[in-house]
Ligand binder design. Sequence first.
Ligand SMILES: [Fe+2]
Length: 366
Amino acid sequence: MQKEIIQNSRILIVDDQPENVLLLERTLRGAGYMLITGLTDSRKALATFSEFQPDLIAMDLRMPNVDGFALLKQLRSRVATGEFVPVLVLTADNSRKAKQEALALGAKDFLTKPIDVGEALLRIYNLLETRWLHVELKQYNESLEEKVRERTKDLEQAQLEILQRLALAAEYRDDCTGQHTQRVGELAALLARSIGLPADHVEVIRHAAPLHDVGKIGIPDGILLKPSKLTEEEYTQIKRHAEIGKIILSGSKFPILQMAERIALYHHERWDGNGYYRLQGSEIPLEARIVSIVDVFDVITHARPYKVALGVDVALDEIERERGKQFDPTLVDAFLELQPSRGLRELGTALIQAESSQDPAKAEMK
Ligand SMILES: [Fe+2]
């Protein structure tokens, strides 16, 4: 510990005898300490403590109005948890009882009056050294905690990025921009927020929804990219993407993947019970009902190798037509409500424009 750091410490002296304050102050200044405040009225000690923020307090025990014991009690509530502000008691009362009581109240050391100047300086130096070691340790711990927080954040980001890339891998064959999955995530979050789901739930949906079609990985190109109508056999095969997605995502302990599994399995359920697994109404997990609407909206409004993009109005008409049939009526209402509030139209249009500007061929198709 550098001597200058210790000498730059702030020291508060509280003693009702002015000559005692003066003696200690002079002694400390002589030893190079410059930041010293002396008080003879202990009633001002707490206010001075807050203003001056001392690194060490030297106090008398026997004082009128507020004695040293009462002051020690008051100081305990002022010193923050984890802080170390040593109190050195200056006392003529050398009794065992007084020492024990002061120690119990947080005093760290004693000086018996009349004060031995050399001893006082050594004890003050030692206490301040301990004080600054505490400060250093606290700062070191804080910087370690900050590093751990940063690493944890990085790790979470990396995990989310891996999920995005997994979704991209699944969509790559029929949407090489990879934007469909992300748009479905954003739109699902928008709809989830609009029906009042809590913010943390909305975030899980935002990251889970893009994985809805991850099971397409297991569907052959000849079926997935077929531009003409699918045969019944081919349709049965393409329906398997829900189950394959579930298998890929199953067994995780993480909420995002658990939700992604439910969405993958049930995003082709219909409100009227005529979907892949014949779940009906609220039997279908809410997140899957949300994704089924935004997925259809996004598929209609964007081009694929086997289909052209249609306008936002066409998609909204289709969704409205399927209210209570394919889709949850309450969610359809909430989705259509998003339109006048600009969110949906702007998001849909902005995303369409962004995609068109990246790929002129697709812009022509629209
Ligand atoms: Fe799907």
